[in-house]
Design a binder for this molecule. Structure first.
Ligand code: OAD
Length: 251
């Protein structure tokens, strides 16, 4: 493990362009449950019943009650952990070009990351289903479910539901970044949901190194990624950061 950490630190310091693709796993240490695996949201709920746009259109009150209201409560109190802070620090030191996150929790930005693509949108904003007006979630009256816009329309989070397209500007920008990187760090994602899951393949095809950080192997492991650093993202990124700090220290 130590050898892999050292190797990764050296790779980051020597790279031309490093991009990180993150998923729910990086926010677990902030108290936000993942979607899959033990304790995952989709163990308790059927994503097609609560996270598909057709389900929302059919019964917004049900989706707000079962999923979104609880999510809002969790995200209001969640704080960035060492994983988010580590990636922010790598960007500040000039070793990370951008984070592409599948998460909607805003924790990368809260940690100080500036170049963040929110591939699946954000929960920080709501959008009216009728007039399209956008309003910060913190300013929306959630005492009545479903919450409503002043025009009377129902608010939906500015996130990508199943059955919806990735905002084209996010997809195009992500592909450009991944095309042009020589290292892709894949942190805390099961890499099972398209099109985000194709980014590591794209990177690999363009000759980049793909480095995974995850306590468990994923479908990328041993096939697409060069190697997996097995562990929680907070501890692993702390170790990598310590390695990078040593390499950049004036001798
Ligand atoms: P998943 O819930 O599918 O996967 C979470 C990953 O985090 C798993 O591979 C875990 O092994 C890993 N993990 C667990 N603990 C960790 C830790 N301490 N540090 C790092 N990793 C850890 O989450 P995503 O891959 O993000 O989409 O899921 C992708 C998409 O599926 C989500 O964006 C969401 C969901 O349905 C939409 O809602 C559109």
């Amino acid at each position: 493990m130590d050898a892999l950490i050292q190797q990764t630190a050296e790779t980051l310091v020597g790279a031309r362009s490093v991009v990180a693709l993150t998923g729910a796993g990086i926010s677990i240490e902030s108290g936000i449950p993942p979607f899959r695996g033990p304790g995952g949201l989709w163990e308790k709920m059927d994503p097609m019943a609560v996270a598909h746009i057709d389900a929302f259109r059919r019964d917004p009150e049900k989706v707000w009650t079962l999923l979104l209201h609880g999510m809002q409560a969790l995200l209001t109190t969640a704080r960035p952990n060492d994983g988010h802070l580590g990636l922010a620090r790598l960007e500040q030191w000039g070793y990370l070009r951008s984070v592409i996150t599948q998460n909607v929790d805003g924790l990368h930005q809260a940690a100080g990351s500036r170049a963040v693509i929110e591939f699946h949108g954000t929960f920080a904003w709501q959008r009216c289903m009728d007039c399209g007006h956008r309003c910060e979630t913190a300013r929306v009256d959630l005492t009545k479910i479903p919450p409503r816009c002043p025009c009377g329309g129902i608010y939906r989070p500015d996130c990508v539901f199943f059955g919806e397209m990735i905002p084209p500007q996010h997809l195009v920008r992500s592909q450009q970044l991944v095309d042009g990187c020589d290292v892709l760090l894949v942190v805390g994602t099961s890499a099972t949901v398209q099109p985000a899951a194709m980014m590591p393949l794209l990177a690999k095809e363009n000759g980049a190194q793909v480095i995974e950080i995850n306590p468990e192997p994923t479908p990328l492991t041993g096939r697409i990624s060069n190697y997996l650093i097995q562990g929680g993202s907070g501890a692993v990124l702390n170790d990598i950061l310590a390695g990078v700090a040593k390499l950049r220290a004036p001798s």
